[in-house]
Ligand binder design. Structure first.
Ligand code: 13P
Length: 342
């Protein structure tokens, strides 16, 4: 393992003013997104949509440090034959790849999931490296429900798999994004999210240590500490920022170069406001940025709606969200910048 090189890539992924575009929706998930705008999901329409994002040169050069791709996309070429990976590299961003193979029901734990995909992962990583991927992503999903969910079992097996994946990535000279996502579905309050996220992060870092993962050569992708979507007690931006920072300070070693949050179903503007408020707190040992899927793509997806004549509008919408989040990485975002653009 070349730790200096892994550390360099990890730091570039969280460079000030930049963050990660998560464009790694599985074929099932992108179909759901396309259903929402009445567009048929075909290999070509998926390519056209992602090409539109990757050719948004202002966003890509100024605000995006890396792009997480799905297996299909990493092998695809743009309409003019240029590999999509090359378009990312030409913009100065780093290509990355989702390597987990989704979730399965966890035996003996009704309502809980385990992420799969470790079999043959070493071979797959080699192929992705040769294609240009310099980082990868693996998402573990933890549900919150009444009393017994999450179980210790679900937290343990998912953390163990994250450790296995991260160690394999580093041997392959690929920076692992370690993503233990506590879902915001449900009616739990913000303190329950804090408590569960703390258990999950502690177990995850324990497994990373046991499996000898070099913390300087990874990026953490956590959820923010937020109430469940159906909670009757919603939280202010300041409370989310303060509790998320408190959690991270308690659980994430300073050797980790950066933390890139998922948006997890927050509104576009909430995801930006929360990141901004955390960066205003300052004095942190790690860089804090975004690795958003929905909060970067909902607006461009709507503006594009599958029509070639809307490509420029889609790119404008993407560029705007990327710029807002870029400002938030520096604690320089203001709500009225959103209104001016509307
Ligand atoms: P969201 O920002 O839509 O949660 O997606 C990020 C991601 O990569 C989830 O794995």
């Amino acid at each position: 393992m070349n730790l200096a090189e892994l550390n360099k890539v990890a730091l570039a992924m969280v460079a000030p003013g930049k963050g990660i575009l998560a464009a790694d929706e599985s074929s099932g998930t992108i179909k759901k997104r396309f259903d929402g705008i009445n567009v048929e999901s075909t290999e070509e329409s998926r390519r056209d949509y992602r090409e539109m994002l990757l050719r948004s040169s202002e966003a890509m050069t100024k605000s995006i440090s890396g792009v997480i791709l799905y297996d299909e996309t990493i092998w695809q070429n743009a309409r003019d034959g240029t590999p999509l990976v090359k378009i990312i590299e030409q913009s100065g961003a780093t290509p990355g790849i989702k390597v987990d193979e989704g979730t399965q029901a966890l035996p003996n734990c009704p309502g809980e999931l385990v992420t799969v995909g470790l079999d043959k992962l070493a071979e797959r990583l080699k192929k992705y490296y040769d294609r240009g991927a310099r980082f990868a992503k693996w998402r573990a999903v933890i549900n919150i429900d009444k009393d017994k969910i999450p179980s210790m079992t679900a937290i343990h097996v998912n953390a163990h798999a994250l450790g296995r994946y991260a160690a394999l990535c580093q041997v392959a000279e690929i920076v692992p994004i370690v993503e233990p996502e506590v879902l915001m579905d449900g009616d739990h309050d913000i303190d329950r999210c804090y408590e569960v996220s703390q258990r999950v992060l502690n177990k995850t870092f324990q497994e990373l240590r046991i499996q000898r993962v070099a913390l300087e050569g990874m990026v953490l992708k956590p959820n923010m500490v937020v109430p469940g979507k159906k909670s009757t007690k919603q939280a202010s931006v300041e409370e989310v920022a303060e509790k998320t920072i408190r959690l991270l300070k308690n659980c994430v070693p300073a050797a980790v170069p950066g933390i890139a949050f998922l948006s997890g179903g927050q509104s576009d503007e909430d995801a930006t406001a929360h990141l901004d408020a955390m960066n205003r707190i300052g004095g942190l040992p790690w860089r804090l940025t975004f690795s958003y899927g929905r909060a970067l793509q909902a607006a461009p997806l709507r503006a594009w709606s599958g029509k070639a004549e809307n490509v420029a509008a889609g790119q404008r919408a993407f560029t705007h969200r990327a710029r807002m989040n870029s400002l938030a990485t520096k604690g320089e975002w203001k709500a009225d910048l959103e209104k001016k653009a509307a």
